[in-house]
Design a protein around this ligand. Structure first.
Ligand code: ADP
Ligand code: ADP
Ligand code: ZN
Length: 210
């Protein structure tokens, strides 16, 4: 396993999950995603209530809950691509204390495209694989190509909650982009094109920095 430490930033729907999975496979890295980790612990009782209360409303889960998940996942990984974290400045500062990143990739995507991607997203109930009704449909409608599981729409991918998540991004997560932007390891990639094309740009970038 390689020990590359990659951070993937971008608004909800930018393609972080899609690209991170491909990077993890191509470079033999752990894919650490706070969204998936929290979805599998949605009803866990914490001092701040359950993750579900925040996630279904499109709000951020409190920092202590998320920080703990990320810290233990990073401790166990030799190399990783981190997706969905940090989402505010306090998380970014915490991450800086516990790791030394090699590359930061910011996927930039237009707002109207984000809304199309999020409202059309479908995920496999069993294995978590990502689809899109229009842009990445499965071979058989509603059924996962990989495992035959049922494809469902995430509760927070409804139009109303998508708008709230984008508002939270603008207000709370954009400052994280500003925080990292002047760093020499920060790279912005145009995420508006096809998944293959975006991945090609990422590979070119990673191969140039390794
Ligand atoms: P994020 O993790 O940033 O929220 P995802 O990777 O889950 O984003 O992608 C959101 C939705 O958009 C999914 O349905 C996915 O299939 C689709 N998608 C991802 N990348 C692209 C792309 N480059 N072009 C069109 N649709 C995409
Ligand atoms: P997307 O990238 O499509 O917005 P995620 O799967 O990354 O979706 O996140 C889904 C939800 O999980 C977020 O709306 C939020 O409630 C919670 N979440 C994920 N990552 C974090 C984080 N780093 N801090 C706080 N909440 C988070
Ligand atoms: Zn599946």
């Amino acid at each position: 396993m390689s020990d590359l430490q990659i951070l993937m930033l971008g608004p909800p729907g930018a393609g972080k999950g899609t690209q991170s999975s491909r990077i993890a496979e191509a470079y033999d890295l752990e894919h650490i995603t706070t969204g998936d980790a929290l979805r599998s612990r949605k009803d866990m009782q914490t001092a701040h209530g359950t993750p579900r209360e925040y996630m279904d409303a499109g709000e951020l889960v409190p920092d202590p809950v998320v920080n703990e998940i990320v810290e233990s996942a990073i401790e166990e990984a030799d190399g990783f691509v981190l997706d969905g974290y940090p989402r505010n400045k306090a998380q970014a500062e915490f991450l800086d204390e516990i790791t030394a990143l090699d590359v930061i990739i910011y996927l930039d995507v237009d707002r109207e495209e984000l809304i199309r991607r999020l409202t059309g997203r479908r995920v496999c109930e069993d294995c978590g694989e990502n689809y899109h009704v229009e842009f990445a449909p499965p071979v058989d409608q509603g059924i996962c190509d990989d495992c035959g599981g049922e494809l469902i729409q995430r509760t927070d991918d409804s139009e109303k909650t998508v708008k709230e998540r984008l508002r939270v991004f603008d207000e709370t997560t954009k400052p994280v982009i500003t925080y990292y932007r002047s760093d020499s390891i920060f790279h912005q990639i145009d995420g508006n094109t096809t998944p293959d094309n975006v991945f090609k740009h990422i590979v070119d970038l990673l191969d140039s920095v390794r």
